[in-house]
Every structure is written in C-alpha cells, then in structure tokens.
Design a protein around this ligand. Structure first.
Ligand code: UN1
Length: 498
C-alpha cells in the first residue's frame, strides 16, 4: 500500500531545491501494524550548515518579492494540498496511526492555513501613528527576520508544520524545517507541494535527523534567528535556555493537562459525547486532548454511566479501516509511558473503571494499542491528574461547586485548553474569564482549534507566543519603526515639541 502511494523507498533531505541523499538512515514504522513504510535520512549539523547557507541567499531575494506575490505561492500550495488531500491523509494515517477521518481533518487544517496565509499576504498590516512633530510621518511595519528554524512533532505532522512554515514564508523568511523522525512523510510531501507550487529554491529546506543532532545544530546556528518548537516539555525548556543565551527568539508549545468541567445544569449526553471525542480521539495523543473531567458531584454518577457507554462503542484498530474510531499509539515508548501512569493512578488510589491495559490479541499484537481508560474518584493533586500522559487515559475529579471546578482546572502547571459544559449564561461568561488557558471552549470538548485563531497556552504550556492565527506572524517578523521628516529642517523629538 505504502509503495503505491509513495514513490520513494527512501526519503531525501530537501536543500536549496535539491533532494539530497544522506548516508545514514533509519526505518519509518507504521504504528498500526509494525510494517516498514520508508527509510528516513539521519543528518547531522553539517547538513544544517549547508541548508542555512542556501537559505540565507534565497531569503534575500524572497524578502524582495512583494508579499501579495509571495501569497500567490501559498494559494497554489493550498490548491495542490486540496487536490492531494486523500493521498496525504492516507499517508498520514500510515505514518502516524490516526484514523483516516481525523487524518483528512488534519490535512484540511493545513489547507485552511494555506488559504488563510494567502490572504494575509495582502494584509501584513502595520500601523501608521501620528508623529509628535509637524510635517513628520511615522509608521511601524513587519519585516522578515531572515532564516528561521521550525521543529515539529509527530502527533500533527502536517497541520503544525503549516501553522509555522506558512506564516514564516508569507512574511518573507526562509525556513529550515526539522520534522519528527517518526513522521517524515508529511514533510516530504509538503516540500514537494512547495516545489510544484513554484516556491523559489532554498526558501524551504527540510533536514531530517534522529535525536537532537539536527535540532541542536539549528538552535546553535548563529544565522537562524528564530526557533519555533512544538514538542516535549524537557526539550522545549532546553531550547529556551540555549536560545536565551544567544538572544534568539523562541516560540514554544509543550502540551497541556486539559480539563472538561461538567456542571450540574449541563446537558449530560452532549457533555459525554464531547468528552469521549476529546479524550479518546487520536488515542489521546493531542496536546489539546482532555485528560481530566472535573464534574459536579450531583451529576457524577450519571455522567460516568454515559462515559462508560461511550467507551464501549469505540472501535479500535488500523486507522485505514474506516470502521475504526481509535488508532494505535505512536510507538513502544509511548505505550510504556501510558502503562507507567496506569500503575501510578492505581497506587495513588484512583478507581479504574474502564481499560487500563495494552491490547495484544490477534492483529493488535503487530501494532501498539491501548484500551480507552477511565479513572474515577481522582484527586486534583494526584500525578495522573497533574502530568501529561499523551494517551487515552481520563481521570474524573468530583467537585462541589463552580468555584472549586475553576480552581481545580487552574491548579496544574500547564494552560493550553479547557472546556465547560453548562446551560447557565452567567457561568459561561465567568468561566471564559477565569479559566487560565490559552483556549477555552463552552459546550464542546477541549480539541478542535481553528487555524485563524491563536493556538497556544499559558504557564508551562509555552512562553507566551502563539502558533497559527494572525498572531503567528509576530513570531516570524520584526517590527520596524520608520520616521519620515518632511519639514526640511532639523526637528528634535521630545525637545522641539514645546
Ligand atoms: C496538537 O495536539 O498539538 O485543536 C494540535 C486541535 C487541533 C490541533 C491539535 N486542531 O485539537
């Protein structure tokens, strides 16, 4: 199957518009069945150096192309992604495991981002501001930074890459992209799309690698002026401190411990549906996945019944089989991490009422599958209720009031997404004000962010920057303040104003 969809048996780096072979490579494994899909290059710092050299030259010319023309390329990228949507989605399911319906959704997210950023090429709004002195004009405008680095995760290998690379490119930068080693095919396909769309050579460069070699080289390269990273907390913090020393701009998104609050006046059927989708969809492997339910004690039992009934209905297996709703876990390490947290949850005294085990019978043995899991009677300070698990594991925490629910929601180190189910309009507005997360949903689960809004979070989720939305442009542009004095004489600011 992979061979008919994918022309290559081995992927190449994409540098200066050329597909460059590398000596070393490793296998890309389909997490649904353990089959090898393709070989991916393992590059090192010297490849990053070469890529930066060509990117620097390409960027100078690219920055001079008027932004509306840069946007034309993005429009073509969107059109090509649309034409290739089904093929991209199938390849995405093969390398990442998410079910086909969700893979199509993720590709759509990228298409949306392409058209959104194509429009942004005709805006890239700056500001005109009144000057303090007569016959003087002042404005501030967005300028490209130069060569920027993006490091993307395996869980949304195409969508997250578009949130970062599209604004960077529309704004006139050149990009060095290090995709996750587990999911390199989306990077290969997207690079081909850019090539076919006529992006000048060297504006987008893809460098594959394993471990930290490529990422480290990017972080330490003096000519890469921005690093935009989505991934683990430990790596993100290391990147931030290294970039800090070099005064390099860094944008981080490092996950969440997202909760759904269910109040006593909520529509419980709707709430259960929203929770099942955001906790077990993508096998819980979203930064935005719900992993806590903060439920009013008066409706706890009724909600639990509905959740157990919903879990029963989840069909698990290879995402290419469209009857399946939940796919595999990305790899063995991911599975082991989930197992570790099940043990921790049990030891902490939470009640395991569904799942909690690896699926190993029959075809399941070929891949990495975990049963959708529900703990009840969890306490807010338990590790299963505090730490990101990145799997289909949900903990129910009973509370007595709205105020307590907000406090529990905010009582974690992350702040990405949150949600509340209630029919009380006052609570809706109080909650959207008081929930300390970058994304808040009312009467919907914690997943499903749209690309024209900022994506990111508060506290330990990141460092204050946002992906996607118009806000992403802030990561990839510098503001330049321009003063034009047309008075014909020296006017001294702050002095000649009196
Ligand atoms: C992620 O998990 O890092 O909001 C991205 C969502 C998707 C993107 C998730 N649109 O769930």
């Amino acid at each position: 199957m992979a061979e008919t969809l994918l022309e290559a048996k081995k992927l190449n780096n994409f540098i200066g518009g050329d597909w460059v072979e590398s000596n070393d490579s490793t296998e890309v494994i389909n997490p649904a069945n353990g089959e090898t899909i393709v070989q991916v290059p393992l590059s090192d710092g010297s490849t990053v150096d070469k890529a930066v050299e060509v990117a620097k030259k390409a960027q100078k010319d690219w920055a001079k192309v008027p932004a509306p023309q840069r946007a034309e390329v993005m429009l073509e990228v969107g059109n090509l992604m649309k034409q290739r949507k089904e093929r991209l989605a199938r390849l995405l399911t093969m390398e990442n495991g998410k079910v086909l319906e969700e893979a199509r959704g993720e590709v759509q997210e990228g298409i949306d981002m392409a058209f959104y950023m194509a429009g942004e090429g005709r805006r890239l709004f700056g500001h005109t501001t009144p000057a303090e002195l007569p016959n003087k004009f002042s404005m501030s405008q967005r300028c490209p930074v130069g060569v920027v680095g993006i490091i993307t995760p395996w869980n949304f290998p195409i969508a997250i890459a578009t949130w970062k690379s599209f604004p960077a490119i529309v704004a006139g930068n050149a990009v060095i992209w290090k995709p996750a080693t587990e999911t390199p095919i989306m990077a290969y396909e997207l690079a081909k799309i850019f090539e076919d769309a006529g992006l000048p050579k060297g504006v987008l460069n893809v460098v594959y690698g394993k471990g930290s070699a490529v990422g480290d080289a990017m972080v330490h390269h003096g000519d890469i002026r921005v690093i935009s990273f989505t991934g683990s907390d430990v790596t993100g913090r290391n990147i931030a401190s290294e970039c800090g020393k070099q005064l390099k701009k860094v944008s981080l998104e490092m996950g969440g411990k997202n909760a759904v609050i269910v109040m006593d006046d909520a529509d419980l059927d709707l709430a259960a549906e929203g929770i099942i989708w955001s906790a077990y969809g993508t096998s819980g492997q979203r930064c935005t996945a719900a992993s806590r339910v903060i439920v009013h004690e008066d409706v706890k039992e009724r909600l639990e019944e509905r959740l157990l009934a919903g879990i029963e209905k989840l069909t698990i297996g290879d995402g290419l089989d469209e009857t399946n709703k939940v796919g595999p876990i990305i790899n063995k390490a991911g599975l082991e991490k989930i197992q570790k947290y099940i043990q921790i949850g049990k030891e902490e005294g939470a009640k395991l009422v569904a799942g909690g085990y690896v699926l190993e019978d029959g075809d399941f043995a070929k891949g990495h599958y975990f049963a959708p899991t529900l703990f009840t009677d969890a306490k807010p300070d338990m590790r299963i209720a505090q730490e990101e698990i990145f799997g289909p594991v949900l903990s129910l925490i009973p509370v007595k009031s709205f105020e307590e629910a907000i406090e529990v929601n905010n009582g974690v180190s992350y702040g990405l997404s949150s949600s509340i189910f209630t029919t009380d309009a006052n609570r809706v507005f109080q909650a959207q004000r008081d929930l300390d997360t970058g994304i808040v949903y009312v009467n919907a689960g914690t997943t499903g962010a749209e690309i024209h809004l900022p994506f990111g979070g508060t506290k330990g989720t990141g460092n204050g920057h946002r992906d996607s939305g118009v806000q992403a442009l802030d990561v990839f542009t510098e503001w330049k303040a321009v003063y034009v004095d047309y008075s014909g004489k020296l006017q001294r600011a702050q002095i000649d104003t009196e």
